[in-house]
Write a protein that binds this ligand. Structure first.
Ligand code: NAP
Length: 209
């Protein structure tokens, strides 16, 4: 039994694999390039496979661009039913960083949920990959904002977040992915703005108390 499957071998896949390894989870990494998947898996004592095979994990993280995430859940069809699918995407127009590519009144997470029978949870879209290796910024655990309609699925993702040394914050139903994605559009726009040098890709979003 595998705890977590990560689909994708890029920056977020690496960060998530590091956090999953820190949590003591069993991890499978799937990629369209099996060699890249195997290389990443080796670093974290994970298993590897092709993005065409059925994920083994109970939690399946789509560490992919939004279009690829939609394509892959559509391809898996019913095979993901009963699993928790985590959408981490930021569906921004990356040429301008000034708008989203999803229509107002919906979100990437809701679009992905419409394509699968799995329970979809939005999480990790507000944590930059550069901060995931440690799971901390300025020695403070990252906050991970989580939106989902299934209480069990949100609990499963929260348990992973806690076990990996970060703080889960459940923000409500999946429709709140709209705010998480919109907020992150603003943050990414600030990171990329040379007039705001304090905002960089090594920062974290944190609710202080
Ligand atoms: N980077 C961040 O700080 C950050 C933070 C929060 C959320 N996110 C979100 O996380 C997601 C991944 O971002 P990233 O920074 O990890 O990107 P990345 O480093 O470019 O990695 C993307 C991965 O997706 C794979 N991929 C692309 N198209 C695919 C397809 N059709 N089928 C299978 N695999 C495919 C790529 O495979 P190849 O290696 O074979 O090219 C690569 O492994 C994005 O949606 C992004 O918005 C990123």
């Amino acid at each position: 039994m595998t705890d977590i499957t990560i689909i994708g071998n890029g920056k977020m896949a690496r960060g998530l694999a590091a956090r999953a390894a820190a949590a003591g989870k069993s991890v499978q990494i799937l990629g369209r390039d099996i060699n890249k998947a195997a290389e990443l898996a080796k670093e974290f004592n994970a298993t590897a496979g092709s993005a065409t095979e059925i994920p083994a994990g109970q939690i399946v993280v789509l560490a992919l661009p939004f279009d690829a995430a939609k394509e892959i859940v559509s391809r898996y069809n019913d095979a993901l039913t009963g699993k928790v699918v985590v959408d981490i995407t930021n569906p921004a127009n990356y040429e301008t960083l000034d708008s989203l590519v999803v229509a107002p009144g919906t979100s990437a997470a809701e679009e992905i949920a419409a394509l699968t029978g799995a329970d979809v949870v939005k999480a990790f879209n507000t944590t930059f990959s550069s901060t995931m290796a440690a799971g901390k910024v300025s020695d403070q655990p990252l906050d991970v904002f989580i939106a989902g309609d299934s209480a069990e699925a949100v609990t499963a993702v929260s348990e992973f977040v806690t076990a990996s040394g970060m703080r889960p914050i459940s923000v409500g139903g999946l429709h709140h992915a709209r705010e998480l994605e919109g907020f992150m559009l603003l943050v990414m726009g600030m990171q990329a703005n040379p007039d705001l040098p304090d905002f960089n890709w090594n920062t974290g979003l944190k609710i202080l108390s």
